[in-house]
Design a protein around this ligand. Structure first.
Ligand code: 3H9
Length: 699
């Protein structure tokens, strides 16, 4: 047959088994193997066919690594035509997650049986695609309009049980799936059940249905910030009602090919692999010993520490939350309880679930209670001396073999580790605010952090549902280091002629979740102010970079929390409003610094901000701070609101042309500032075609 597909007759039923680890993706050899098995089954003594999978899951989709390459036969649509028209009765046996092309394969069978733990879904939209192997035509015919919109535009899988209420699964079972599937196939044949083809079912749209579709179109356009795939999916659903099945399939193919050619999909597919690559650390393999972490200590019950405690408690870890006073730690616990109460209100958790999670958290005012903790994360005030004091205490109290982590955003992990006698057990675990919501976790390795400690922190990140990315040591690590030139350019655009609303508006229309000045207001302008206080004048650079920000803070305008910053905020709705006072401050500062204001285009703003990010990202790569360019993309999409549709700052640079980007940086160097716009050597090389960003690895 083929090395990944086998065929055998079990109790008079022909069983096709796919065994293509890890997720049984429909690679060419799988498609060819299934096709051959189907041909064999046409003429042998089998009375029916079951398609099943070995390993942890039914087929999880088309093989995404084959996308963008020339099609090879049989293509998935060709294979599913063969399956759909097979003369013998076919049953798909589902376990794990039957996704995308995998679920479309199941939908092309006459019947579907699923383990009760199985899930089915059409997640193509998350890759900027649509189900392109008949899914958009079969699901509406079987499940109707609302289920189709739900499944295909969210991409979220649903339980076998729910799928059965939508007529997408015929039987839900427990026990041995293969035995059940063979028995089911035999019963169907004995009962002379029809060869139920989804293509034969009818799907009609009433005027109300069409109105619902139109409403969804408008809502999705807004909610997804301009994603094309959901719009094309809705067009396919309409086609399922308006066209015969075969014509609907042709329409689906046209729109699928449009998605494949769309840069949005290239960016989203890049992100799929980038996230998975980020979890891999050079030098770590399955033999690297991991520390067994069950008890986690968190120092600092403020917003950050509390959010981190929530993540661990939710994942089932035992958490000890420590702060200086009973009042402080109680305030932290109360805040956590309040956050969970909101989740209950929104239906994300039940009271019983929250009670169980809260029971995992023990408040304390004594470091001694951390003596047996396996991992301690410090989340105290952002000041080196204070953090070093905490680590001295931890070093004397915590057991040997405990990992000591700092949630610092800027301080040197090496300076922190140096006050302990166990620097190899020290590293950074940098969470993003609000820590219970934001997915990014920067794991920061110090010069002496051991591989085992790093590997454990990365694995724990996954356990608490974060996306961990490894960063080497530099000021601000990957994310905040890049934020400096990005913020600098935003401020300089403001000084040179733009308004806050123009800068934020341009970046938001381009796709950022929030513009840079609005983010400053949200985070609190005092944070940057305090960080600057610890810098020398040389480190701070030109006063044009920070004079207005300093004056805003000195005038008590700390951002949203004080009701004003770069904007005025409506106390009720928190919506931002332009404030002429800010422009007066800007103009005053420009006069003092001799800056002549000029009209600045949105295009210039976007180029300056995105290229400042990418140029710094390239320097970070060159220095070996990030392992790979795609790690930087993961940091920005998960931690800084960079649009997934653009695939992160490094992918965006490659997609829009590195040559163009390098030329633009050179022109900024010549016309704006030679200091601020030093082209990274790596970008210069890549622009000349001597290497690629995606392949670059530091020695
Ligand atoms: C599609 O089907 C289009 C059709 O409609 C039309 C076609 C004409 N292909 O996520 P994990 C790899 S579009 C290739 O860490 P988990 C993944 O890169 C597809 N490789 O495991 C990783 O590799 P590595 C629609 C794939 O247990 C390894 O498998 N389907 C694919 O956390 C393990 O993955 C989807 O979008 C693939 N399709 O989660 C489903 N899938 O070890 C995408 C995974 O080298 N997949 N790999 O890093 C998933 O959502 C998750 O992988 C899954 C397992 C839930 C299945």
């Amino acid at each position: 047959m083929s090395s990944v597909v086998s065929y055998a007759i079990h109790d008079s039923v022909g069983v096709i088994t796919i065994d293509n680890a890890p997720v049984n993706a429909l690679s060419l050899n799988v498609r060819a193997g299934i096709s051959t098995a189907l041909k064999t089954a046409e003429h042998d003594e089998s009375i029916a066919i079951v398609i099943a999978c070995a390993g942890r899951t039914f087929i999880a989709g088309a093989d995404i690594t084959e996308f963008g390459k020339p099609p090879q036969h049989p293509t998935l649509p060709e294979l599913l035509d063969q399956l759909d028209g097979h003369p013998k009765l076919t049953v798909a046996a589902l376990h794990g997650t039957a996704l995308g092309g995998g679920f479309e394969t199941a939908l092309s069978c006459h019947y579907r049986i699923a383990l009760e733990s199985a899930k089915v879904g059409l997640p193509e939209v998350k890759l900027g695609l649509l189900p392109g192997a008949g899914g958009t035509q079969r699901v509406p015919r079987l499940a109707g309009l609302e289920a189709s919109i739900n499944m295909m535009t969210t991409g979220n899988p649903v339980s076998a049980q729910l799928a059965s209420t939508w007529s997408l699964v015929d039987r839900v079972v427990s026990g041995d799936l293969l035995d059940e599937a063979v028995r089911y196939a035999k019963t169907l044949v004995a009962d002379q059940a029809s060869h139920k083809q989804a293509r034969a079912a009818t799907f009609v749209l009433t005027q109300d249905d069409r109105d619902l579709l139109a409403k969804n179109r408008a809502q999705l356009l807004k909610k997804t910030r301009g994603e094309n795939a959901p719009q094309r999916i809705l067009s396919c659903i309409e086609a399922a009602a308006d066209l015969e099945f075969d014509a609907g399939i042709i329409r689906e193919r046209e729109l699928f090919m449009e998605c494949m050619a769309d840069p949005q999909s290239a960016a989203m597919r890049h992100m799929f692999f980038a996230e998975r690559a980020a979890a891999k650390v050079d030098g770590v393999d399955k033999n690297t010993p991991l520390v067994n972490v069950q008890h986690v200590g968190i120092i600092g019950a403020g917003t950050m520490g509390g959010g981190i405690a929530m993540c661990f408690a939710q994942a089932g870890f035992t958490v000890t939350l420590v702060d200086m006073s009973v009042e402080a730690v109680q305030a932290g616990v109360d805040k956590i309880a309040k956050n969970f109460a909101i989740s209950i209100k929104r239906g994300r958790f039940t009271q019983t679930q929250v009670d169980a999670v809260m029971a995992n958290i023990t408040p304390s005012t004594h470091y001694e209670d951390l003596a047996e903790a396996d991992l301690v994360i410090e989340a105290v005030f952002e000041n080196l001396a204070i953090k070093q004091d905490v680590f001295r205490s931890l070093d004397s109290i915590c057991k040997a073999g405990a990992i000591l982590a700092s949630n610092t955003s800027y301080q040197s992990i090496d300076d922190i580790a140096s006050v302990t006698k166990r620097p190899e057990w020290v590293l950074g675990m940098h969470f993003f605010s609000p820590a219970n919501v934001m997915k990014l976790l920067e794991v920061v390795k110090g010069a002496k952090s051991s591989l085992s400690v790093i590997a454990t922190a990365m694995a724990i990140g996954k356990k608490i549902a974060k996306v961990p990315v490894l960063s080497g040591m530099c000021y601000g690590f990957i994310g905040n280091r890049m934020l400096r030139p990005y913020g600098r350019e935003a401020t300089l655009c403001l000084m040179e002629g733009a308004t806050p609303a123009q800068i934020d508006g341009a970046m938001e229309r381009w796709g950022m979740a929030m513009g840079p000045l609005a983010v400053g207001d949200l985070a609190g302008l005092d944070i940057g102010y305090k960080a600057r206080e610890q810098l020398t004048d040389a480190q701070k650079g030109s006063p044009a970079n920070y004079l207005v920000a300093d004056r805003l803070v000195e005038a008590g305008r700390l951002g949203q929390k004080s009701g004003s910053g770069y904007y005025q905020y409506d106390p009720e709705t928190r919506s931002r409003m332009d404030d002429p006072l800010v422009m007066e401050m800007v103009e005053q500062a420009c006069q003092e610094l001799g800056i002549e204001r000029r009209p600045i285009s949105d295009e210039e703003i976007i180029d300056r901000l995105t290229l400042a990010l990418a140029n710094e990202g390239a320097k970070i790569l060159e220095e070996g701070i990030a392992q790979r360019a795609s790690d930087i993309d993961v940091v920005y999409c998960y931690g800084y609101g960079f649009p997934r549709l653009k695939g992160g700052p490094m992918h965006n640079l490659e997609a829009t042309g590195i040559g163009r980007g390098a030329d633009r940086i050179r022109s900024f160097h010549d016309t704006l500032s030679a200091d601020n716009w030093q082209l990274s050597k790596l970008l210069g090389d890549v622009a000349q075609g001597t290497s690629t960003l995606a392949d670059f690895r530091h020695d």
